[in-house]
Design a protein around this ligand. Structure first.
Ligand SMILES: NC(=O)c1ccc[n+]([C@@H]2O[C@H](COP(=O)([O-])OP(=O)(O)OC[C@H]3O[C@@H](n4cnc5c(N)ncnc54)[C@H](O)[C@@H]3O)[C@@H](O)[C@H]2O)c1
Length: 406
């Protein structure tokens, strides 16, 4: 099948590579450097699987800036462009998705468009009213950044949503099955659960899944806040709690807060979708992250105060990595940035160790790329995730990474 993928980010690249094992795939982006990088078989994102497949596998894959030509030739257009949460409108900014839709409808209205971007609940149905000539499906994407291709080679489930309101719903039902099979056949696992449902339900699956993950992070973070406040060992409590099989010991490691590109924005979007629907938990999940970051920032301020009291006139706090996860280059909405903002607002001098940053300053803080120099310059170091590079300065480090994993 001839497939075009709009957006060469984590989602677009992992799908483009997955499907180009057996299909002719053109990936479209608006950033020149990404296109050059893909055509030179280098990954534009840090992801071991994507890097390996691009370098070593026979893939029918090209990248281009020319969306019109790519979409004109495609039977299927997968849309994986950003949908950032817009705090003013209280909704995702779907304009990048709609830019692609406008172009596809201009050059090839016959093509079926599969939206992989995360969108508000009800969005795909609303597209059918706005663009009655368009053929849309929605398929939620569950990958983790840094493991994007791996998660598509070993998916937990494949879900495709069909908008019942479309004039093409029979054709779309058939295409939904075809698309689910395309994904399943390209994966390395067999017996992957497949669900075909209404697009609005599929959109809800995505937001409720991420909000549940955020709830779990927030829960163990709040347990940790309690333990720290009462002088208790949080790791003992968590181990004891998680031996209950209905709770389990996965995804229970405290952090500075949930972060990354998806959890903060998807929880806010789901809360916005609850307008006029009774709820308590959804608000609490959103609020809990702010409370946790306030608590962590206060803990760090206590350390700064004790350095001041010990005669250090201007203690330097070092931020060890801006990234959210180990082995990732992505620091969009990472929780440590929220901590950094809070302590800087209190006048603390902050420097940043971030080898993935090419600039000299980040929000007015000096960026360092030499770890030894960074360790020697800092009086205290904060790390959302522990790294053995910090072993020799363990006494200076503040982290809540109790189990040394994501
Ligand atoms: N990152 C994740 O872990 C993840 C997981 C599931 C779902 N999602 C969702 O998938 C979507 C994409 O996420 P991502 O992390 O891959 O984003 P990303 O920012 O890494 O990549 C998006 C790409 O789209 C490109 N782009 C923007 N406008 C374009 C246009 N008009 N035509 C072609 N390309 C265009 C950008 O240049 C960028 O390279 C978002 O809606 C996100 O919420 C992300």
């Amino acid at each position: 099948m001839k497939i075009a993928v709009a957006g060469a980010g984590y989602v677009g690249m992992s799908l483009a590579i997955l499907l180009s094992q057996h299909n002719q795939v053109t990936v479209v982006d608006v950033v020149h450097a990404k296109i050059d990088s893909i055509n030179a078989r280098r990954s534009p994102v840090v992801d071991a699987g994507i890097e390996d497949f691009l370098a070593n596998r026979a893939l029918d894959l090209v990248a281009t800036l020319d969306g019109a030509t790519a979409y004109k030739q495609a039977e299927l257009v997968i849309i994986a462009t950003p949908t950032n949460y817009d705090p003013n409108r209280n909704f995702f900014d779907t304009s990048h998705v709609e830019k692609v839709i406008d172009l596809v409808l201009d050059v090839n209205p016959q093509a079926v468009m599969v939206i992989k971007s995360t969108v508000p609940v009800g969005y795909t149905s609303s597209l059918c009213e706005r663009y009655p000539q368009g053929k849309f499906l929605f398929s939620p994407e569950f990958l983790r950044e840094g493991h994007a291709l791996f998660d598509n080679l070993h998916p937990s489930r494949i879900i495709v949503g069909v908008p019942g309101e479309s004039a093409f719903s029979d054709e779309l039902e058939a295409m939904a099955l075809t698309f689910a099979d395309l994904l399943a056949n390209a994966a390395e696992d067999s017996d992957i659960p497949q669900l075909i449902m209404h697009s609005t339900e599929a959109e809800a699956v995505k937001l409720f899944s991420n909000t549940y993950l955020a709830l779990r992070v927030a829960y163990f973070n709040e347990l940790d806040t309690y333990a720290c406040s009462r002088g208790l060992d949080a790791s003992q409590i968590i181990k004891g709690v998680c031996l209950e099989p209905r709770i389990g010991s996965h995804y229970n490691n405290p952090s500075f807060g949930y972060g990354g590109y998806c959890l903060p924005k998807d929880t806010k979007q789901l809360l916005a979708n609850y307008q006029d629907v009774p709820q308590n938990i959804m608000s609490a999940i959103v609020d809990a992250n702010r409370t946790r970051k306030d608590f962590i920032a206060e803990e760090i301020m206590r350390k700064v105060e004790s350095l001041l009291n010990a005669g250090n006139p201007q203690p330097v706090v070092g931020v060890f990595r801006l990234t959210m996860k180990t082995d990732s280059d992505n620091f969009r909405a990472s929780s440590i940035q929220g901590i950094m903002k809070r302590i800087k607002a209190k006048g603390v001098q902050v420097v940043v160790f971030e080898p993935a940053l090419a600039v000299e300053e980040f929000f007015g803080s000096k960026v360092m790329r030499d770890i030894e120099f960074f360790k020697s310059e800092c009086d205290s170091i904060i790390a959302n995730r522990w790294n053995d590079e910090l072993s020799d300065v363990r006494d200076k480090v503040y982290t809540r990474d109790l189990f040394k994993r994501d």
